[in-house]
Design a protein around this ligand. Structure first.
Ligand code: NAD
Length: 506
């Protein structure tokens, strides 16, 4: 894949250039080489895509199909994802910096699994629920209710897991009969465009699935506020999520927000230190720390801090940092110069605020690292919960260790955050861990593991980490309205109810 690939947008079942004629470059973060170009979309492209989504929805070409028919298309798409796994994984790694070992396994399985499981769950959901119960003051009635699509959905995704975060929106939207317009992040749009081909080949009709590309600040902003959008699903920063929630209020759009995080790991005094070291490394180094639910506030008993950090450092020293396309690589580059600069800034602030650097703390620039965006795994120790780098999301391979002496105090510190996405407990005592899990104010709690997102389990945040849930039947609820139909079964209409309105002697 050495040639520059030229992509177009996907609107109304057609590949189409942007109306401005301008393009944007997509680079490989390991080499800074341009690997693809995509159209730099403008507002008129948003209008075109939304018109096509609206027309397809109103035509009923997809919405009126049975759930079984739609599920079959999604299952066929899952098979096509698996059949194209090498191409998809290569492109995902090339543009986002994901290690090829991860993208070929985790990402492909998650994408195909989400399509499959969402389709199966949609089929198993009750189609109609009903009651014949009638209170004594009304005549016999039949009430039934069923789920209907919301209409036109917009999905806006970030750069860290382009494929997975797109499919978390696409699968439930399509399963419930909606039409959707996706806008991927400007720096990683390629694999969402690849999904357009797969979904179209699987049988999604023209106009039902559209992908537009362009800058978030202009095009994404216009999409998010557009009156033609009935539902918006956004994954990205809390800052932009707040703007989107505000824009959505104007036309009361349905909204799901998956936003930032600063997830706490609580290592208990009974933890197995080897398990803890693995869990804590997984928590903050997976995808070089560029994961919304990364475990980046590590609470550890004071007496165990040194041992745990020594174990972690010993393991880090064995890790291979390098080009993400190499199967031996454990840690790839971060996604962009911008991200590299952000990490560097936070590490500087951490030092200035008095956190002790136990490992790392620098950009890697020599030899194979010369051209890419590489940052060394970094561990700060003896932090406290008020430090800037402990409170704010860094989105890089930086761990902040906070020693504690009292577990209740550790829980209070863990919950003292504007975020509430992920959390974790490391312990050998299962019931103690579960009791503490219940006290963490986060959407997911992992015990002795991290980063496990399942297509059949809900994922989302408390507090400023967002609202709504992706995955599982919860996501199908988020892409549908419920309609109650109530029918009077008496031959002459509801005399009893009428007598409440008009006295019986009139
Ligand atoms: P971002 O908020 O800058 O951008 C996300 C998307 O929104 C991109 O497609 C971007 O083009 C678009 N966008 C930017 N400004 C916009 C605007 N004003 N209106 C509409 N769209 C706009 O986030 P990012 O830097 O791409 O990603 C990193 C952030 O995403 C982190 O904060 C991370 O925690 C969060 N994230 C959250 C989850 C989750 O599931 N909770 C998952 C991954 C990433």
């Amino acid at each position: 894949m050495s040639n520059i690939m030229e992509y177009q947008m996907f609107i109304n079942g057609q590949w189409t250039p942007g109306l401005s004629g301008e393009t944007m470059e997509v680079i490989n973060p390991a080499t800074r080489e341009v690997v693809a170009t995509v159209p730099r979309g403008c507002r008129e492209d948003v209008d075109r895509a939304l018109n096509s989504a609206r027309s397809s929805f109103e035509s009923g070409i997809w919405a009126n199909k049975s759930v079984e028919e739609r599920a079959k298309v999604l299952m066929d798409a899952a098979m096509l994802v698996v059949a194209n796994k090498e191409r998809l994984a290569q492109l995902e790694s090339l543009t986002s910096g994901a290690t090829i070992r991860r993208s070929t396994t985790v990402d492909i399985a998650e994408v195909a699994g989400t399509l499959l499981l969402t389709a199966m769950i949609a089929k198993e959901m009750p189609k109609v629920e009903h009651t014949f119960f009638s209170p004594p003051w009304i005549a016999p009635m039949h009430s039934f209710w069923k789920r209907e699509p919301i209409g036109v959905c917009a999905g806006i995704t970030p750069w860290n897991f382009p494929l997975i975060l797109a499919i978390f929106k696409i699968a439930p939207a399509l399963a419930m009969g909606n039409s959707i317009v996706m806008k991927p992040a400007s720096i990683t749009p390629v694999t969402t465009l690849e999904l357009a081909k797969i979904l179209s080949d699987a049988g999604v009709p023209p106009g039902v699935f559209n992908v537009i590309t362009g800058p978030g600040s202009s095009m994404g902003n216009y999409l998010a506020g557009h009156p033609e959008v009935d539902k918006i699903a956004f994954t990205g920063s809390t800052e932009v999520g707040k703007q989107i929630a505000g824009q959505a209020a104007e036309t009361i759009k349905r909204v799901t927000l998956e936003l930032g995080g600063k997830s706490p790991i609580l290592v208990l005094d009974d933890a197995d230190m080897e398990v803890a070291a693995n869990m804590c490394l997984l928590g903050f180094l997976f995808h070089s720390g560029q994961v919304c639910e990364s475990g980046t506030r590590l609470f550890v008993p004071s007496s165990k801090q040194d041992e745990l950090v020594e174990r972690m450092i010993a393991k880090i020293k064995k890790m291979v940092i390098g080009n993400q396309m190499d199967i031996e690589t454990d840690l790839g580059p971060v996604v962009s110069q911008n991200q590299l600069d952000t990490i560097g800034r936070y590490v500087k602030v951490g030092r200035e605020e008095g956190a002790q650097l136990a490992y790392g703390g620098r950009q890697l620039t020599d030899g194979i690292y010369e051209k890419g965006f590489y940052y060394e795994p970094t561990i700060f120790v003896n932090c406290h919960n008020k430090m800037t780098q402990v409170r704010e999301e860094i989105f890089g391979p930086v761990q902040c260790v906070i020693p504690y002496d009292d577990v209740d105090e550790a829980v209070a510190m863990a919950n003292d955050s504007i975020y509430g996405l992920g959390g974790g407990i490391c312990s050998t005592n299962a019931s103690r861990a579960q009791k503490l899990a219940a006290r963490l104010r986060t959407g997911t709690v992992w015990i002795n593991t991290w980063h496990v997102l399942r297509p059949d389990a809900p994922f989302g945040g408390y507090k400023q980490s967002g609202y709504g849930r992706e995955c599982s039947y919860h996501s199908l609820m988020a892409y549908s309205e419920v309609k109650h139909i109530c029918q009077d079964l008496t031959p002459d209409g509801n005399d009893k109810l009428m007598s409440l309105l008009i006295g019986s002697n009139r």
